[in-house]
Design a protein. Structure first.
Length: 170
């Protein structure tokens, strides 16, 4: 995907989030660190433009909730988690790539420590398949077929200087 395709995909995803949440009342966006945060911020802006609403949002770092934390090393780098009130809200968790499902499982565990949402929607830019857990996205920007050794790199201008999605074959 180039920058234009990425922008079109995010616009469609923003519309789908509002439709699935039955509007913007009680909607909260939560981006998973790293690139999910930037994607959630952009979606928030798109929803704001189209709906005239300011959507609360936050960021989630799932490092300490990983099921493989012991293999990461003695001093894992932990990013920021900052969330608005989640109780009774429709929470749209935004991530860049859905692969095994383990990151999403960790995000669900962490969200439950911060409140009890009414509903959680999973929104991913890329679904590359290869699940190890029974996790499925509600809103998918694009599905790609990638093998176990392949990489799907999501680049965002805020961090990488350009917008793109690249499939790197093993």
């Amino acid at each position: 995907m180039d920058d234009r395709a990425l922008a079109r995909t995010l616009a469609r995803m923003a519309t789908e989030i509002v439709e699935r949440a039955n509007g913007t009342e009680g909607l909260v966006l939560v981006g998973i660190q790293r690139r999910g945060v930037e994607l959630a911020s952009r979606i928030r802006g798109l929803v704001g433009q189209s709906e005239g609403a300011t959507i609360p949002w936050g960021k989630l770092d799932i490092t300490l909730y990983r099921d493989d934390l012991q293999t990461v090393g003695p001093r894992p780098v932990v990013g920021e988690t900052s969330l608005p009130d989640l109780d009774g809200k429709t929470v749209a968790i935004v991530d860049d790539v859905l692969y095994t499902g383990r990151t999403v499982r960790a995000a669900l565990d962490e969200c439950s420590d911060f409140g009890r949402p009414r509903r959680i929607l999973l929104c991913v830019l890329i679904d590359r398949g290869g699940r190890e857990l029974p996790i499925q996205a509600d809103i998918v920007g694009k599905k790609v077929t990638a093998g176990p050794g392949d990489r799907v790199d999501v680049l965002v201008s805020e961090l990488d200087g350009r917008d793109a999605v690249e499939l790197v074959r093993a």
